[in-house]
Design a protein around this ligand. Structure first.
Ligand SMILES: [Zn+2]
Length: 148
């Protein structure tokens, strides 16, 4: 169990294929502010990325082990997804969902697009976010949200 990082206000798992179809999950961590989230990013990051412009981020992290001469995933944990509470909205949620889904599909070999995160994926994520924001606003405006 990871320690609670400064400013962390929530933590939960998201299973990109559904909890009952695959054990693979993302660990979502939400922080009070963008500053707290960025400090957490630099603490958790294994790539030593210096880009600080993001408001949320998907951080794929795979642990592998050698099984009968082949490298295999050692854990169903796909990595971290960090959000700053001040940026939690339908647009950011949709954008990061694209990265969560594409990273997962690449890992299991089911994405037939590019095998690396590229500008195309980023464009898809932004447009999905913009559509998601407008759908969310329309559903709220016309009171269409289903009660759960
Ligand atoms: Zn993105």
């Amino acid at each position: 169990m990871d320690v609670v990082l400064p400013g962390e206000i929530a933590r939960f798992k998201v299973w990109p294929a559904g909890k009952h179809r695959s054990p693979c999950y993302w660990m979502v961590r939400v922080f009070k502010t963008r500053g707290h989230m960025r400090r957490a990013f630099h603490k958790l990051d294994i790539s030593h990325d210096k880009d600080d412009r993001f408001a949320a981020i998907v951080m794929p992290q795979e642990r592998q082990k050698l099984v009968r001469g082949r490298w295999r995933s050692a854990s169903p944990n796909l990595g971290y997804v960090l959000f700053a509470r001040t940026y939690v909205c339908a647009e950011v949620l949709c954008h990061e969902s694209v990265h969560m889904a594409t990273n997962y599909l690449r890992r299991i070999g089911k994405l037939r697009l590019h095998q690396k995160h590229d500008k195309g994926e980023e464009t898809l994520a932004y447009h999905t976010g913009w559509c998601g924001r407008q759908l969310n606003n329309g559903f709220h405006k016309f009171k269409c949200w289903r009660e759960i």
